[in-house]
Design a protein around this ligand. Sequence first.
Ligand code: SAM
Length: 207
Amino acid sequence: MSLAYRLLYRVGFTPWEQLEALPTLTATVSALLAREEEGHGPPYGPALDLGCGSGIWAVRLAERGWQVTGVDFVPKALRRARERARRAGVDLRLVEGDVTKLRATAVGSGFPFLLDFGVFHDELTDGQRAAMGREVSAVAASGATLLMVAWARRRRGPLPRGASLGDIAAAYPDWTVIDEQPFDISGAPFFRHIKNADLRFYRLRRE
Ligand SMILES: C[S@@+](CC[C@H](N)C(=O)[O-])C[C@H]1O[C@@H](n2cnc3c(N)ncnc32)[C@H](O)[C@@H]1O
């Protein structure tokens, strides 16, 4: 997996980054983050961006007033995230590490808010998904919220493996899905022609 992503970043084939150019998607993300921030003023506290990639959403979180740690296992992605943060004039703490082994990295713990924008639903095996759930639970605060962006389970074509509610529940037994919102992805050039693209935002609360 790491090799595949290293290659994708090396050749510059990162279609998920096109999502940032979709105004409806950024508006949806903004609204979802505003919901987490409701009733508080910045700084909102620590946030962990799991598989932060080139830092698109980590930077947005930091711009809103979160103290963001981003973790990813591809050094080039982290270099790009560092450069993106520099251009935006925000601080990001960036850690090279594997989301299935978070406790072995220097990410820290006690995060009240965590973001998974496109990692869990990808090609992790069931065992790796369970490990991710276990590790995320270990570094999350009690009562934490996890915002997960995932495709529904793949039926065919080049989409990631996808995740069902059952898959999420199996990997996150101590968490409850408290909200699920479908999102129409057809406006993004790369995804326009993909049939059955079914992107969803899940909000999970740790018990
Ligand atoms: C689809 S990309 C999304 C990147 C970023 N969240 C975004 O939306 O722009 C998935 C990211 O997760 C990272 N990733 C996948 N599996 C990982 C793992 N086991 N540990 C750490 N990072 C991982 C990849 O390197 C990649 O940057």
